[in-house]
Design a protein around this ligand. Structure first.
Ligand SMILES: Cc1cc2nc3c(=O)[nH]c(=O)nc-3n(C[C@H](O)[C@H](O)[C@H](O)COP(=O)(O)O)c2cc1C
Length: 420
């Protein structure tokens, strides 16, 4: 299959599970994609598989200890340099494109969740800025323990991708959930993350993100709690899938993704103007922003003073962006909306899908923990024009972004999607 991951660096953390004997297969598969793999083992992992096995397969020194070997006598300049390099080894976390922990023991999962850095692997993982994949493997009672369940939730909330273990016969003889996922699947997940399918190549995608702000006076505005994370994730994933992306966003604290044209807006009316300006040329519009529905009828040109006990503002409806789009879009242009609801989530989302002539709507229940604003994850139901209704469990916003884009591609008939 060529070398699709040539030049990409993957750190594989191996911990002290009986499933460690399957980790060499992950190295072989990643290497077959052309990736350079650096294996980091815990001391306990070396009781199950020798570092030599991984060194032979990866062609790179395996790192176990935080400390370079002590030398007797005076080291040569070359040796001293090598040691200095070793001491700098948090540089692995800077250079890595992806980190995988497989198998991941209950112990390393707990350390990652709790912020413990007491060996080389846990220290590196804490400093990682790249995506991290964790593939747990353990006894069923450990897997179902409250501690592990909670720790995995903490990791997912931080954006760690968990490749869930299989159900089956475990090393202990017990049958249950806890068997390391298929090593091929773990390696393929790396391929998907680092090299998404280019199914949006040649398509122009416009994504809206973040809140809008409706001014009351020169100092204050009416806003909302949208962070923009969902929209930024959609823009980033669409760009990675080959699209030419424009991100129209209200104020957020996020950096625009690389390779995306960024249009900054303030009010709902400005967001509408920016979207309508892009509409003639776009193939897919994804409206993940949270524009204000109401704005103050009048905006004071001076700061409103603290001189009244009660102050009443009249609010008027803002322009409905999706309504404007529905009336002006061309045949073949796709529109995806988002609905964040607290009541009758699915029914209200379906109504919006029909009323606004959308191809797809992503319904979020704001009352569910780990969904909606101010978190890294989302829990959603995707409804399609063709009647599709798909629940997506708690996943990172980046993962949900990929699912939404895949479903949009399928709904619009741009390509049959495999599981759609
Ligand atoms: C034979 C044997 C098999 C083990 N298998 C697992 C396992 O699959 N998952 C797990 O979480 N711990 C397992 N353990 C326990 C871990 O090795 C132990 O918790 C250790 O502290 C993990 O250290 P590490 O995370 O630094 O590698 C096993 C222990 C033994 C002796």
């Amino acid at each position: 299959m060529g070398n699709p991951l040539a030049g990409r660096k993957i750190v594989l953390g191996v911990t002290g599970s009986i499933a460690a004997f399957k980790a060499p297969h992950i190295v072989t598969r990643l290497a077959s994609f052309g990736a350079s793999v650096v294996v980091v083992m815990t001391e306990n992992a070396t009781r199950f598989v020798t570092p030599l096995t991984f060194e032979t397969l990866s062609g790179t020194e395996v790192i176990v200890s935080m400390w370079p070997e002590k030398k007797v006598g005076v080291a040569s300049p070359e040796e001293t340099l090598a040691d200095a390099d070793r001491l700098k080894h948090v540089h692995l976390s800077e250079a890595a494109d992806l980190a995988i922990v497989a198998p991941a023991t209950a112990n390393i999962i707990g350390k990652m969740a709790g912020g413990i850095a007491d060996d080389f692997l846990s220290t590196e993982l804490m400093a990682m800025i790249c995506p991290i994949v964790v593939a747990p493997a353990m006894n069923v009672r450990m897997m179902e323990s409250d501690a592990v369940a909670r720790n995995l939730e903490i990791l997912k909330d931080r954006g760690v991708i968990v490749v869930e273990p299989d159900v089956g016969r475990l090393a202990s003889g017990a049958v249950g959930r806890g068997r390391l996922a298929d090593p091929d699947l773990i390696a393929d997940r790396a391929l998907e993350l680092l090299l998404p399918e280019q199914d949006l190549a040649g398509r122009r995608v416009v994504v809206t993100a973040g809140p809008t702000e409706e001014p009351l006076d020169p100092i204050r505005h009416i806003g909302n709690r949208s962070t923009g994370r969902m929209g930024f994730a959609l823009a980033e994933r669409a760009a990675r899938r080959g699209a030419d992306v424009v991100l129209v966003s209200g104020r957020t604290f996020l950096d625009p993704p690389a390779g995306v044209r960024f249009v900054s807006v303030g009010t709902t009316s400005e967001m509408k103007d920016a979207v309508m300006a892009e509409l003639p040329d776009l193939d897919l519009l994804v409206m993940a922003a949270a524009p204000a529905d109401y704005r103050p009828a009048e905006v004071s040109d001076r700061k409103i003073k603290k001189q009244w006990e009660r102050l009443t503002f009249e609010l008027v409806r803002t322009d409905d962006i999706l309504e404007g789009v529905a009336g002006a879009k061309r045949e073949g242009q796709g529109v995806v909306g988002f609905a964040l609801e607290t009541d009758d989530v699915i029914a209200n989302a379906r109504k919006k899908l029909e009323a606004k002539d959308l191809d797809l709507i992503v319904a979020n229940d704001a009352t569910v923990e780990g969904a909606g604003f101010e978190c890294e994850t989302n829990v959603a139901t995707i409804l399609g024009r063709s009647g599709r209704e798909e629940s997506v469990g708690k996943v990172t916003k980046a993962e949900l972004a990929d699912v939404v884009l895949s479903r949009a591609v399928a709904e619009l008939g741009w390509k049959r999607d495999a599981d759609g």
